[in-house]
Design a protein around this ligand. Structure first.
Ligand SMILES: Cc1ncc(COP(=O)(O)O)c(C=O)c1O
Length: 379
């Protein structure tokens, strides 16, 4: 069977498994705010879906996104996309070409690397799985990886999977490097709402920062495919010229996103408190199993990395053991070939019962992972 067919069947089985506990994709499974659901139902009942939405997104949504980021319309414009991933695709495909470099971290999110490569760029991954650097990219590392060939610096911040987040000082220093080499700074802020504090590169380098925004994680709309890119109007003018979807993103999703932004201040703090509570329980459970270790706590994203290498088991075996109990967690190799054999990633925006089930089963799953004979392919 071809790889894409096998991958599809894997995810098809997951979405068709009733009661699956989704602790692997950082999606948000808490109950949504009623006004978000109502906005979707109202849109469907009004049959808004017959028409195409405006190509750059509903104006109300565009201005609410800017407001959420605290950026000013003079030097920031919004292009609504089919999820953050489409924003990343458009950016990487449009700005990369043969002869240029795309610089990112390892681990990080791999798909934009595939997009940059598809446009002919050379990709450079800077290893950041280093306790001595707090599992973060350093200014010195970036300085030595960037040169006149660098077209894009791609930073996932907070990082998926590490949950580390950069300080304002670090972000400022990164943007100074980018500016000196006229590189675009692709700041993937998909997880920013979960951080205790987050600084936007756009405030230091508005002319060539592209901020990536997602509604999948904080608002829980992953299946609705809605996100955005935010950049200087000149940059958006270029990127809006030939996007993969020039007919407007899903209008039902846009109505949900608008409703979500309106209730964010009231709804989200409790969501974040609950996912941090889940993190704490997972750390407590991991500490009780010899060989398990949590890499960065508290994580600044809705996920936590648990090292299992010293427990003498593979991440894949642990994932499979859990899968047999109806729980999905993610193997590290999804994020990184160099360090993926060391850890699994557990997502925390889930009902407390799911997190508690993960914790309760942990000692038994580690033992089961030791004796699993055959581990099926994971994606
Ligand atoms: C770093 C990062 N960027 C983008 C995405 C995709 O976001 P969306 O669902 O909005 O396309 C993900 C999804 O896991 C991610 O981890």
């Amino acid at each position: 069977m071809r790889n894409f067919e096998a991958r599809n069947q894997h995810f098809d089985a997951l979405v068709n498994e009733p009661d699956l506990m989704w602790l692997g994709q950082n999606t948000n499974h808490f109950k949504p705010h009623p006004s978000v659901v109502k906005a979707m139902l109202d849109s469907i009942n009004a049959e808004e879906f017959h028409a195409y939405a405006p190509p750059a997104g509903l104006e109300e949504l565009r201005s609410l996104i800017l407001q959420d980021l605290g950026l000013k319309a003079e030097n920031a414009s919004v292009l609504v996309t089919d999820g953050a991933v489409e924003a990343l695709y458009t950016t990487c495909r449009d700005l990369c070409e043969p002869g240029v470099n795309f610089v990112t971290t390892d681990p990080g999110w791999k798909w934009p690397m595939a997009f940059a490569k598809a446009s002919g760029a050379t990709t450079i991954e800077i290893p950041i799985y280093k306790p001595e650097n707090g599992y973060k990219l350093t200014v010195a590392q970036l300085e030595s990886a960037v040169n006149e060939k660098t077209r894009i610096i791609y930073l996932v911040d907070p990082n998926n999977p590490l949950g580390t987040c950069h300080t304002e000082q670090e972000i400022k220093a990164f943007t100074e490097i980018a500016r000196r080499h006229k590189a675009y700074f692709l700041h993937d802020c998909t997880y920013r709402h979960f951080a205790d504090g987050h600084s936007l590169a756009a405030q230091f380098y508005p002319e060539r920062t592209i901020t990536i925004y997602s509604f999948s994680k904080w608002l829980g709309l992953a299946g609705m495919r809605i996100g955005a890119l935010v950049a200087h109007p000149d940059v958006v003018e270029r990127l809006a010229g030939a996007p993969p979807n020039n007919l407007g993103s899903n209008i039902v999703s846009q109505r949900a996103a608008i409703a979500g932004l309106k209730i964010r201040d009231e709804w989200f703090p409790e969501i974040n408190r609950r996912q941090r509570r889940n993190q704490a329980e997972i750390v407590r459970a991991a500490l009780q199993v010899p060989g398990l270790k949590v890499v960065n706590y508290p994580s600044q994203a809705n996920l936590i990395v648990m090292e299992c290498i010293e427990a003498g088991i593979t991440p894949e075996a642990l994932c499979q053991a859990y899968r047999q109990e109806g729980i999905m967690i993610r193997q590290g190799s999804y994020h990184t070939t160099a360090f993926g054999h060391r850890f699994v990633k557990v997502s925390t925006t889930v009902p407390e019962e799911w997190a508690d089930a993960f914790c309760r089963l942990l000692p038994a799953m580690v033992e089961k992972a030791r004796v699993l004979k055959q581990v099926t392919n994971l994606y």
